[in-house]
Structures are given as C-alpha cells and as structure tokens.
Write a protein that binds this ligand. Sequence first.
Ligand code: SAM
Length: 270
Amino acid sequence: MEGMNFHVMTLFPEMIEQGLSTSILGRAMERGLISLDAVNIRDYSLDKHRRVDDYPYGGGAGMVMTADPVVRCYRAIEAKIAGIGRKRPRVIYLTPQGRTFTQSMAQELAQEEELVFLCGHYEGIDERAVEMIVTDQVSIGDYVLTGGELPVMVMIDVISRLVPGVLNNQESPEFETFHDNLLEYPQYTRPEVYEGRRVPEVLLSGHHAKIEEWRRMQSILRTDAARPDLMERAVLSKKEQRFYREYRQARETEEEASAIQEGDSKSKNE
Ligand code: SAM
C-alpha cells in the first residue's frame, strides 16, 4: 500500500496492536496513511512446543531468544515487501545498547516507506540473528525494559506524527519542542482566569507578530532553564541572540549581586 508500513517482529503482537490503535494513529491507519503489521515470532518456530528461547551458551542468568524463528520471521516480511516492489527495508533492533532515539532520527526514518522493527525479550536475541538481519540498533534511553514492545510503540508514535497528513494542519510538528533545538513555549486555553491566574495578556491581544515574538522568547527562557545542552545548538535570529545575551548578562549580574549580599550577611553574623 501507499504511505508508511510498519512491520513489528514481536512475541506480543496484541500489545503493539492495542497500544497503537487509538486516537491519532488509529485514525491514520483507517485513512491508510500508515499501516501496522505486528508479526508473532512464535509463529515461525519449528519447535514442536513453539519454543523461541533457550539457555545461554557459557552460562549466566535468564534465557536468550533463538536465532531461527527471528530470521524466518524476517524473511517472510522481506518477501512481502519485495512482493509489492519496494526496496529492502531498514531493520531496527530495539536494544538498550543502540544509538539513542531522537527527533532528528525520527525525521530521517519518516522518509522511509517500509520499516521493520525487532523486539527482544528475556536477555535479548542470539547475536547471529542480529548480525544477519539488523541494519540499525536503537535505544529509547539509558534504562533497561523487559522487552522491545514499549520502545517500538514510542518509535512508531513519534515517526507516524511526521508522516504527511497524520497530523492535521493546526497540529503541525514544525513549531514544537526540539524544532530549532528549543523547547516549546507555554500553552494556555480557556478560561482566561483560572483560580486567580491570568493568561499572559499578549496572547489575548490578537497581535500575531507580538505573540510570535513572545513565544520565541519564552522558548529561549525555558530551554535555557531546563536544557542548557540544547541551548548551545539552538538556531536563533540575530535579534534573538541579542535578547539571549542580554538576558544572560542580567542573570549573571543578579547572581553576582546576591553572592555579594550573602557574603556580607555571613560576615555580619560571624
Ligand atoms: N541483556 C540485555 C542487555 O543487557 O543489553 C537487555 C535485555 S532487555 C531485559 C530485553 C529486551 O528489551 C531487549 O532485547 C530490547 O529489545 C528491549 N529493551 C530493553 N531496554 C531497552 C531500551 N532502553 N531501548 C530499546 N529497547 C530496550
């Protein structure tokens, strides 16, 4: 089909289907913008008890997913994709040992037509299967989950939002957090006053240029406070650079003044 096709190799296909079939992604699937093909690796086990795991060679805790069902499952998906005339897909193994997933990685992956994901479970997957079929190893962060199912849902959610048509125009991802390496400005909706807290006046002014300027400045202040690492790579106009320089200088002066004050009151108390 047209659009983006996601294929997920997993031991728990129902978890993926249920997790991704509601709200925006559910609608995108109904409209044929994306499709989800969750394939049960167990269906490709030749073992009479449909086993997919075994003890690790060399000993150690836990079980390891065997190579054969994974490779056979992949080959079935590869044949399906070749059948509709599309090129060999990227195969992404979800693993805490992979490159950390980011918005820019999602943007790059959203250009593909077919993506295949491999979810591990237990202690992971026999390395030979990984060597044979995987093109990319991706982690969603520096922590260890029990399986690749939640991570793949995170990746598919993020990538799908970037597929043209999935978000309607008003929900454009263009001005969101991470655009220009800035965090998004604060958002408000009705009522104008909530428990004594007013919506910032500028947002009620109807003055689009002023609102835009206020939002960019808020983004800069937020990013500076919460993610100074992003701020170093932020894309700012000349005017914004000046605003940020002046803001930093004012902050430094304030910090120096309060350090002097603190020093004074300490020496008085001594
Ligand atoms: N023994 C493996 C290790 O130390 O690298 C961890 C295995 S983990 C318990 C089981 C599966 O969960 C992995 O094969 C992977 O598919 C998935 N997983 C766990 N943490 C993840 C993360 N941070 N990002 C992506 N996938 C993860």
